[in-house]
Design a protein around this ligand. Structure first.
Ligand code: PMP
Length: 361
């Protein structure tokens, strides 16, 4: 007898859904999940291992439920006069976002996003029983049409508004003035998902500059991208201390393991080393954008460590042709477009060569 999930008393709104996730394939050039291509140095790996060994001596005890020392370190990293009371941390920014929706969304409430954007936002909304309203970005440059945003906010009165800047998968950054207008109009909390903040181009400010005076603004960040620590699962946010109090109502006790807290703290102590490649990755990104344009591809301006490019009649065929040449990128975003993460110089060179071969340019 075959028994599948359809035979389970699954929630109706989850029936027929597929789990989120890019294919995890073992190929030499992996440019599909916007990771930092540089692993920790052996010296840093040793420092991490030593600190974890120390932590291991106390693993019979629960971790610090409030992760206070880690939050102090994250606040110091962010600057802007923030303290531990302004910061909250969890297992990846995905968990941070989930806690935000648990506290401020939920049944009978609505969250709003400007798509194409990070596809986990609507998935986490669904998981928390929060309604989802999708407002399209402008088709020509993938920017948020602020007037359309304000109209949608007035119509739907969302409890949570997601702004992703730089946006995934388009790389588009949001102007501070637009964020401010949306903040003033939104009746609930406004989350600026800044997972890729460290890769912004010169002159693009962070929403952190708006925290003072905007107690319903939440800026979420992650150690998965610029910090090259995706495997450790550490995300965090900065907000008014009252927001942090609210999240403590929904977080599971001891959600962030002692090992995770230790690894994140040691990583912060070595921030200079871990963030050392960011300048190179930004330069590599700008080169890649110019190269793609030079070869006649359409390319979205990018403030992130990835580039959205197109347009292809059959993007699946191009994606597969690249994979056949051992280069894994992501089939995501508007139809006809593909997204490639900026890797090492060698990886990016392999991508360029494979793309020329795949498209015959
Ligand atoms: N926000 C955005 C915009 C992302 O692209 C990602 C990762 N792809 C995340 C949040 C989640 O990252 P993590 O859970 O690893 O912090």
């Amino acid at each position: 007898m075959s028994f599948t999930l359809n035979d389970l008393p699954l929630r109706e709104d989850l029936r027929g859904r597929s789990p989120y996730g890019a294919p995890q394939l073992e190929v030499p050039v992996v440019l599909n999940t916007n990771e930092n291509p540089h692993p920790p140095s052996p010296r840093l790996a040793r420092a991490l291992a030593d600190a974890v060994a120390e932590t291991a001596l106390g693993l019979n005890r629960y971790p610090d439920r409030d992760a206070l020392r880690l939050r102090e370190g994250l606040a110091a990293y962010l600057g802007h006069g923030l303290s531990a009371q302004n910061v909250w941390a969890a297992n990846g920014s995905n968990e941070v976002l989930q806690q935000i929706l648990q506290a401020f969304g939920g049944p009978g409430r609505t969250a709003m996003g400007f798509e194409p954007s990070y596809s986990m936002h609507p998935i986490i909304a669904r998981g928390t029983g929060t309604g989802w309203v999708s407002v399209p970005r402008r088709a020509d440059d993938f920017r948020i049409d602020t007037d359309a945003a304000l109209a949608a906010i007035a119509e739907h009165r969302p409890s949570v508004v997601f702004l992703t800047s730089p946006n995934n998968p388009t790389g588009t950054a949001l102007e501070i003035a637009d964020t401010e207008r949306i903040l003033r109009a939104a009746p609930g909390v406004v989350v600026v998902d800044e997972a890729y903040a460290e890769f912004r181009r010169e002159g693009t400010p962070s929403a952190l500059t708006l925290l003072d005076g905007h107690p319903r603004l939440i800026v979420s960040r992650t150690m998965s991208k610029a910090f090259a620590l995706a495997g450790a699962r550490v995300g965090y946010l900065a907000a008014h201390p009252a927001v942090v109090d609210a999240l403590q109502l929904v977080r599971l006790p001891y959600h962030l393991s002692s090992v995770t807290q230790t690894v994140a703290r040691v990583a912060l102590d070595h921030a200079d080393e871990l963030l050392g490649a960011v300048a190179d990755l930004r330069a590599e990104r700008d080169d890649l954008v110019a190269w793609l344009r030079g070869h006649g591809f359409a390319v979205a301006d990018s403030d992130a460590n990835f580039v959205l490019f197109g347009e292809f009649e059959d993007r699946t065929r191009i994606w597969q042709a690249l994979l056949d040449r051992q280069v894994l990128i992501r089939e995501v975003g508007p139809p006809g477009w593909l997204r490639v993460t900026v890797g090492t110089a060698e990886e990016t060179a392999a991508f360029r060569e494979a793309l020329l071969a795949a498209t015959g340019r």
